[in-house]
Design a protein around this ligand. Structure first.
Ligand code: CTP
Ligand code: MG
Length: 230
């Protein structure tokens, strides 16, 4: 399956509270964003990639990958969805087809395996809508009241966590995101924009360790499990 790639990488990493945005923190000699891009650059289906970075980002131009001819840069936006939309527009302006598949994957998710990527692509290549990697929740879930006390235990068998990559048709995703943003709808991932547009994305079960580095303990965990030769 051939696909384009959009990597939103314009966040500041407030919850990580490091001296730089978390996508530029190191794991085993390379920064998180480099690891993330390498998950895709080795894939034969990759048509091209866009990395959405803040306009005043001093770190991206320093990376060797900034000069890779398969990767172009787009300006980041205020929210993640604005950054993704800028990436999609950049692909369409560069000649990508509306009906092509596009994968959107968080810069801060460097531990995607080739097996998960292939399962997503293979499972969705003939799908009319598209979908995303996701993980069933593991813990017992409680719905609580304002006083912090339990109202009920929720049926967890129907609750999944949305991961990335998320895979949709370029034109359909661009329209859904643009309209949702215009209407002021909260879109925290691509699927929620597609849902808002009336579509029902498919969930493909992925590995739980394809986690998004959000807080310092996430980085420490990945540093501790990272293979030395990767
Ligand atoms: N992102 C982006 N543009 C934004 C906000 C976020 O491209 N305006 C990207 C981040 O760089 C990250 C991904 O979206 O790769 C997921 O967002 P998140 O984990 O929230 O990252 P940050 O916004 O950087 O972190 P925080 O919310 O803690 O500040
Ligand atoms: Mg954020």
């Amino acid at each position: 399956t051939k696909f384009w790639l959009v990597i939103p990488a314009a966040g500041v990493g407030a919850r990580m509270a490091a001296d730089r945005p978390k996508q530029y923190l190191q794991i085993a000699g390379r920064c998180i964003l480099e690891h993330t891009l390498h998950c895709f650059l080795d894939h034969p289906g990759l048509l091209g990639a866009v990395v959405c970075v803040a306009v005043d980002d001093p770190f991206w131009p320093q990376l060797p990958l900034a000069r890779d001819p398969r990767i172009r840069r787009a300006p980041g936006g205020r929210e993640r969805a604005d950054s993704v939309l800028a990436g999609l527009e950049s692909l369409l302006a560069g000649g990508a087809d509306r009906d092509d598949w596009v994968l959107v994957h968080d810069a801060a998710r460097p531990n995607l395996t080739p097996e998960d990527l292939d399962r997503l692509l293979d499972s969705l290549t003939d799908d009319p809508v598209g979908g995303l990697l996701a993980v069933p929740v593991r813990d017992t879930l409680k719905r609580i009241g304002r006083d912090g006390r339990v109202l009920e235990t929720v049926d967890r068998s129907v609750i999944w966590q949305a991961y990335t990559p998320q895979m949709f048709r370029l034109g359909a995703l661009r329209e859904a995101l643009a309209q949702a943003l215009e209407e002021g709808v909260a879109v925290t991932d691509e699927a929620s924009a597609m849902e808002w547009a009336g579509q029902s994305p498919r969930l493909i079960e992925g590995r739980a360790d394809n986690l998004k580095v959000t807080r310092p303990e996430d980085l420490h965990y990945l540093q501790s499990i990272w293979p030395q030769d990767r």
